[in-house]
Structures are given as structure tokens and as C-alpha cells.
Design a protein around this ligand. Structure first.
Ligand code: HEC
Length: 107
């Protein structure tokens, strides 16, 4: 590979990398919280759940919330009422969980 081809190749990979990072950042946690129906159990403001035993999520630590979502999805966490939520998590990707968790922590 000659030097200029190599340069073009690295420039392209850098461009792709920035493009992908941009996409991940563009995921809107607030919008996902609505579109993935989280609000229907946890409340529109994430602090008025439909059942007293359902958790309030607003202000929760982002990493903690993300890990709980992962565990409920995978079945590692199957205590309490977790089964109620497991179904919907099949429709939520890792990136989406991250975006929702980050948003929840700011509420
Ligand atoms: C069908 C009702 C339902 C839906 C829909 C639902 N959840 Fe849950 N979620 C629950 C219940 C019930 C629990 C508590 C489980 C338990 O008792 O341990 C829970 C727990 C959680 C927890 C852990 C809270 C903690 O303090 O440990 C997080 C985070 C969470 N949900 C986020 C979400 C997100 C984000 C969505 C949308 C993608 C969602 N939930 C959709 C019912 C639901």
C-alpha cells in the first residue's frame, strides 16, 4: 500500500469512527423511555409507578439502572416483580438501555 492510500484509509476509518460515536450519542433516552413503554409501569415522570411496589426510577444512578436492566433482561435478576418487566426488555438494545439509564439519572 502506498503512503497516500494508507492516509486515505486512515482518514476514512477515523470518519467512520466519529460517525458511529455520533450515532450512539444521538439516542434520546427520554424518547426511548416513552417509545419502549417504560412509562406505562414506571410512570410518565419516572417517579409515579402504577403499582406501589414498582420502583421509582428518576434520579437513579445511571450505572446501577443500566445493570438492573441488563440483569432483568437476561434473567439474572428474577426476584420480586421482575417478570413483569422482562418481556419488554427483549425489545431494548444495550445502547438503548444506556441512553435511558443516562437520562433517568438526570431526572
Ligand atoms: C410491565 C411493567 C414494566 C415495564 C413496561 C417496565 N418495567 Fe422496569 N420494572 C418493573 C418492575 C415491576 C420492576 C421491579 C422488579 C422487582 O420487583 O424486583 C422494575 C424494575 C426496573 C429497574 C430496576 C429499579 C431498581 O431500583 O432496582 C429499572 C432500572 C427499570 N425497571 C427500568 C425500566 C425501563 C428503562 C423500562 C423500559 C425499557 C422498563 N423498566 C419497563 C416493571 C416494568
Amino acid at each position: 500500500m502506498c503512503k497516500s492510500t494508507l492516509f486515505k484509509f486512515s482518514a476514512l476509518s477515523l470518519f467512520l469512527l466519529i460517525g458511529m460515536a455520533g450515532n450512539a450519542a444521538a439516542l434520546d433516552g427520554a424518547a426511548l423511555y416513552k417509545s419502549k413503554t417504560c412509562w406505562s409501569c414506571h410512570g410518565k415522570d419516572a417517579q409515579t409507578p402504577i403499582m406501589p411496589v414498582y420502583p421509582k426510577l428518576a434520579g437513579q444512578n445511571a450505572d446501577y439502572a443500566y445493570n438492573q436492566m441488563q440483569d432483568i433482561k437476561s434473567g439474572v435478576r428474577a426476584n420480586g416483580q421482575s417478570a413483569a418487566m422482562k418481556g419488554v426488555m427483549g425489545l431494548v438494545s444495550d445502547e438503548e438501555m444506556r441512553a435511558i439509564a443516562d437520562w433517568l439519572s438526570t431526572q
